[in-house]
Design a protein around this ligand. Structure first.
Ligand code: CTP
Ligand code: ZN
Length: 142
């Protein structure tokens, strides 16, 4: 298959090497919905040197927040975040799991205090691949 390419963007973020099929989840993490007005480009299931198949998401004029970067680690571990300025890749970082997820994920335990009191959820990483999180309040893993 010929290599599929998209136009380069001027300023914004390119999330590359996303596991094939995860692009729509990445869009959700980035808050791209029907109200979003900047340019978004999406490639799904294209060939990748690294992983066989990958998805690529380009969002113009977007800089990821810490929360978005953390949530990205859950849906696209090992993806690459490229920050583009004036058409150049200014910064390239690998998505990494944070040590802790604070206020990002809901606890699946209906009895957990975080589902009853206004406290931020807090999870540590129990294991990678598949990723398992442990609630610091009730110890439940998910
Ligand atoms: N890109 C873009 N617009 C630009 C510059 C780059 O959309 N103005 C995209 C490229 O198409 C690519 C990604 O950003 O998907 C990273 O660009 P680059 O580092 O040039 O590509 P590679 O060297 O292939 O990246 P890697 O080594 O991370 O695979
Ligand atoms: Zn809990």
């Amino acid at each position: 298959m010929a290599e599929v390419k998209l136009e380069k963007i001027r300023d914004g973020t390119v999330i590359d090497h996303v596991p094939a099929g995860r692009a729509l989840q990445v869009l959700r993490v980035l808050g791209v919905d029907d109200k979003f007005s900047d340019i978004v480009a999406l490639l799904m299931n294209v060939e990748s040197r690294r992983t066989g198949r990958k998805d690529v998401i380009k969002v113009e004029n977007k800089v990821l927040s810490k929360e978005e970067t953390d949530r990205l680690a859950l849906v696209a571990p090992n993806a690459t975040i490229n920050i583009i300025k004036s058409y150049e890749v200014r910064k390239k970082t690998r998505v990494e799991l944070p040590k802790e997820f604070v206020g990002i994920v809901k606890c699946a335990n209906p009895q957990c205090v975080t589902n009853h009191e206004p406290v931020a959820t807090r999870f540590s990483i129990e294991s990678n691949n598949p990723i398992q999180l442990r609630c610091r309040y009730c110890e439940r893993t998910q």
